[in-house]
Design a protein. Structure first.
Length: 716
C-alpha cells in the first residue's frame, strides 16, 4: 500500500479521468539544515532514497514509497497526454522516417581491415563489424541487438580492437547508471573470454595485443583509478597503475594517435594533469608530464621525439600548442609552436606522421588548419555557410595524408569527408540520408546577435522554412545550455524538423557558459558570473520577439541537464515570456546538490559552480538562482520535465523535488508534467527508436499547450 501522506490525490485507485483533474501532490516532511547562518528548509528531501548508491546499481531497491510517487506522476502524464496519442505517434513516425534504418558508418582503415558499425532494419542498437580492406565477407564483432535481448536498458559505449586484430574489448551498461562491465571477445570465434571487468567507467585502451588499461569507479561513482589487465587473468589480479586521491578529480585513459603512449588523464573542469606509459613497455610505472596547477589545463599527443601539447598555460586563455621533448616533457621545456591569439579558441587537434590538423573557433565559427610538419607551412579548409558544425574525426592510421572530418548545418544533413592534406582536395564519403526526403533549399539558416544589458552580443542561430513568416505570428522553440564550456553545435538534427515543418522557428541561444565566443565566454558564465547565462537567454528571447520571429507566450524554451538549470532559472525570472518549457533531466536542485559532497559529480564540479560548503559567497550566489530554492507563488507556463531513475549526473530526485514544489506554490492551472524513465539514466532510453518516443512526447506536449496540436483542447 502507498503511504497515505505521499500522494494526496490518488486514493482507492481513482479513475484516469480523475487524475487529470487532480494532479499528484507530494507530501511534505520537515527537514532543515544550517549553512553559513542560514536555515534551508527542504520539505521534499524525503524523495532522495537514503540508499541511492545501491539504487544506481539495482533500481529495484528504490524505496517503495518513492517509487509509488514517481509512478503516479507517470500515470498523470499518460492521462493528460491521452488526447495527443495520435499526434505523438505521428511525430514519432516522422522522426523515425528521417532515420535510415540500415545506416552504416564510413569504414575506418587499420592495417588489412576496415572497421565500421551499422544498424539493421528495425534494429535499436549498433552492430560492430569489420571486413578486409579490399572487400570480402563481413564479420560481425558485436551485435548490439542480440546482446540487448532481455534487457530493459542496454548501451555499448566502447568497442575497440586489439593491435593484432585478434580481440575486441567492449563496455556495456545495462541499467543507465553508467556503471560498465568490460568484456573481451575473440574476433574470429565470436565468443567472449572468461575475463569480466566490473564496476568500470567505460574508458579503456589496448597497450599491446594482450594488455589493456581501464578506469574503475569508487563508492561514490567517480572514476578514480586506472588498472592494467592481461588477457586470461582474473579481475582480482589486475595491477593498480594509478589512484587519484582528490575526490574532485576524475581519471580517464586514452592513447596517442601514434599508438606509442597510453595517457592517464586526471582532471576537473579547470585543471588537468597527464601521466604517460610507453605502450611498448606496459609494465613500467607511469611518468608525469607536468604536475597539476590550479586553473591550468593541458592535453597531450605525440609525434617523433616530441609531445604535442594543447594548453592554456602562461595566460593563453584561448589555448596554444606547444611541443616538449619526450625525454624531458616538463613545462620548463615547453616550446610555443602555435602561439596564443585572443579570440581564436583552439578546440583540439589530431597528430599524423607528417601533418597536424587543428580545429579552431573564431567569431563563433569553426575552421580547420592543416600544418605540413616537413615544410612548416599551413593552410585553412574553407566553409561558407553562416552557421555550421564541424568536427575532426580521429582514425586508426597514423602514417596517412588523409584527414577525415564531418560537416553539417541546421539545414544541411551531415556529410563526412576525406581530405587529402597534400593535394588539398576533399572527397565526400557519406551524406546523411533522410528517407522521407529533405530539401535544404526549403529551409533558411540565419544568425543574429542579441544585445544584453552589459552590451554583449549573444549569437543566436535560427532554422526556419523559407515560407515561415517573420511578423510575430509564428511559434518558436528556443534551445539553450550554457555550462562547462560546451558550445551547442549549429548542426543538423532531424527531429527538429517536426516542429519547423509545422511552422516553428527553431533557435539556439549560444549563451555564456559555452565557448562560442572563446574561453572568456565560458569564464563569464560560471561561478559568480553564472547569472549571465540566464540573462543571455532572456535577451535572446526578447531579441527574437523584437525581430518578429515570435511573440510573448509563443516561445517554447528547451534545455536539458545544466540546460535544465537554465530552464528553471529563466522560468523563475520571466515566467510570462514563455508559452511552454521542456526541461530534460534538469539540474534544478543546484544548491542542495553542491552542498552534498557524497554525490558523484559534486566535488569535481565545485570549480564550475563554486563550493557553497566552504565559501559563503558561493553559497549566496547559488542560493540566489537555484531553481528549486526560488520557486514562487506566481503563474508559471506549462512545463514538461523528465528524469531518469538511475541517472548519476542529475539524480532523479532533483526534477522530482522541483515539480513537487512547483505544484505546491504555483498559482495557475497550466499543465505540469514529470515523466521519469524507470529503466534509464541521464541520456534516456537506450534504443535509437525508443529515444525518439521520448522526444515525440515532449514535442506533442509543446504543441498541445500552445494550442497547435489540432486536438481541439485548450490549455490555460
Amino acid at each position: 500500500m502507498m503511504d497515505k501522506i505521499v500522494v494526496q490525490t490518488r486514493k482507492n485507485n481513482r479513475a484516469m479521468s480523475d487524475i487529470t483533474k487532480n494532479p499528484p501532490r507530494a507530501a511534505t516532511k520537515p527537514y532543515s539544515a544550517m549553512y553559513h547562518g542560514h536555515r534551508l528548509d527542504d520539505p521534499y528531501a524525503w524523495l532522495k532514497d537514503p540508499d541511492w548508491q545501491q539504487v544506481m546499481k539495482e533500481p529495484n531497491r528504490l524505496d517503495q514509497t518513492i517509487r509509488d510517487y514517481l509512478e503516479v506522476e507517470n500515470a498523470y502524464v499518460e492521462a493528460v497526454m491521452t488526447s495527443e496519442q495520435e499526434l505523438t505517434e505521428a511525430l514519432f513516425q516522422e522522426m523515425k522516417g528521417r532515420i535510415k534504418e540500415d545506416d552504416s558508418s564510413v569504414p575506418v582503415s587499420d592495417g588489412k581491415y576496415q572497421y565500421y558499425r551499422r544498424f539493421a532494419v528495425g534494429g535499436q542498437h549498433p552492430i560492430f563489424c569489420r571486413q578486409l580492406g579490399g572487400g570480402g565477407e563481413e564479420r560481425i564483432l558485436i551485435d548490439g541487438d542480440c546482446e540487448a535481448v532481455g534487457e530493459n536498458f542496454f548501451r555499448i559505449v566502447a568497442c575497440k580492437h586489439s593491435p593484432n586484430h585478434a580481440h575486441v574489448v567492449y563496455a556495456v551498461d545495462t541499467n543507465g547508471s553508467e556503471i560498465y562491465t568490460l568484456r573481451i571477445r575473440d574476433a574470429e570465434t565470436g565468443k567472449d573470454l572468461a575475463d569480466k571487468l566490473t564496476n568500470a567507467h567505460g574508458a579503456v585502451e589496448w597497450s599491446d595485443a594482450v594488455t589493456l588499461f581501464y578506469t574503475v569507479l569508487d563508492d561514490n561513482h567517480r572514476p578514480h583509478a586506472v588498472y592494467r589487465h592481461r588477457l586470461g587473468d582474473m579481475r582480482s589480479s589486475d595491477s593498480l597503475v594509478y589512484m587519484e586521491k582528490d575526490p574532485g578529480v576524475f581519471v580517464g585513459v586514452a592513447k596517442t594517435e601514434s599508438r606509442r603512449y597510453i595517457l592517464i588523464e586526471a582532471h576537473d573542469h579547470q585543471t588537468s594533469e597527464v601521466h604517460v606509459i610507453d605502450a611498448e613497455s606496459p609494465d613500467r610505472p607511469p611518468s608525469l608530464i607536468e604536475a597539476r596547477e590550479q586553473n591550468r589545463e593541458y592535453s597531450v599527443s605525440h609525434r617523433g621525439d616530441k609531445f604535442v601539447i594543447r594548453t592554456n598555460a602562461d595566460g593563453a586563455e584561448d589555448f596554444k600548442l606547444v611541443t616538449a621533448p619526450t625525454a624531458a616533457p616538463g613545462k620548463a621545456n615547453w616550446c610555443d609552436w602555435v602561439q596564443h591569439r585572443s579570440g581564436r579558441l583552439i578546440l583540439g587537434f589530431i597528430v599524423f606522421a607528417r601533418h597536424i590538423a587543428r580545429l579552431e573557433r573564431e567569431d563563433g565559427l569553426e575552421q580547420i588548419i592543416v600544418t605540413d610538419m616537413e615544410t612548416d607551412s599551413e593552410h585553412e579548409v574553407v566553409f561558407d555557410e553562416v552557421a555550421y558544425d564541424l568536427k575532426l574525426v580521429a582514425g586508426d592510421e597514423f602514417d596517412t595524408r588523409t584527414l577525415r572530418f564531418s560537416y553539417s548545418s541546421p539545414a544541411t544533413p551531415e556529410r563526412v569527408y576525406d581530405y587529402d592534406m597534400v593535394s588539398r582536395t576533399r572527397e565526400m564519403r557519406k551524406e546523411q540520408e533522410v528517407p522521407i526526403g529533405h530539401d535544404p533549399d526549403n529551409y533558411i539558416v540565419r544568425r543574429l546577435m542579441a544585445k544584453t544589458s552589459d552590451s554583449e552580443g549573444v549569437p543566436v542561430t535560427i532554422l526556419s522554412r523559407t515560407e515561415t513568416p517573420i511578423n510575430g505570428s509564428a511559434p518558436l522553440l528556443l534551445y539553450g545550455y550554457g555550462a562547462y564550456g560546451y558550445s551547442v553545435p549549429s548542426s543538423f538534427r532531424t527531429a527538429r524538423l517536426s516542429l519547423v515543418d509545422r511552422g516553428f522557428h527553431y533557435a539556439i541561444a549560444h549563451v555564456r557558459g559555452g565557448q562560442e565566443r572563446g574561453y572568456r565566454w565560458y569564464r563569464e558564465g560560471r561561478r559568480e558570473q553564472k547569472p549571465n547565462t540566464f540573462t543571455d537567454f532572456i535577451a535572446a528571447a526578447e531579441c527574437l520577439i523584437e525581430k518578429g520571429f515570435s511573440r510573448v507566450g509563443r516561445i517554447a524554451a528547451h534545455g536539458g541537464s545544466a540546460g535544465g538549470l537554465l530552464m528553471g532559472a529563466v522560468v523563475n525570472m520571466r515566467p510570462d515570456l514563455f508559452g511552454a518549457v521542456v526541461a530534460d533531466v534538469p539540474f534544478v536542485d543546484t544548491l542542495n546538490t553542491m552542498l552534498d559532497a557524497d554525490l558523484p559529480l559534486t566535488p569535481p564540479e565545485w570549480p564550475e559552480w563554486g563550493n557553497p560548503i566552504e565559501d559563503h559567497v558561493a553559497f549566496e550566489t547559488i542560493r540566489a538562482y537555484s531553481p528549486y530554492d526560488n520557486v514562487a507563488a506566481e503563474d508559471y507556463p506549462p512545463i514538461f520535465v523528465t528524469a531518469g531513475l538511475t541517472d548519476p549526473r542529475v539524480t532523479y530526485w532533483e526534477p522530482a523535488k522541483w515539480v513537487a514544489r512547483l505544484r505546491a506554490l504555483k498559482t495557475d492551472d497550466n499543465l505540469l508534467c514529470l515523466k521519469t524513465n524507470m529503466d534509464a539514466g541521464h541520456a534516456g532510453a537506450s534504443g535509437r527508436f525508443d529515444n525518439l518516443n521520448e522526444v515525440a512526447l515532449a514535442y506533442a506536449f509543446i504543441l498541445k499547450v500552445m494550442n497547435l496540436s489540432g486536438s481541439g483542447e485548450h490549455e490555460a
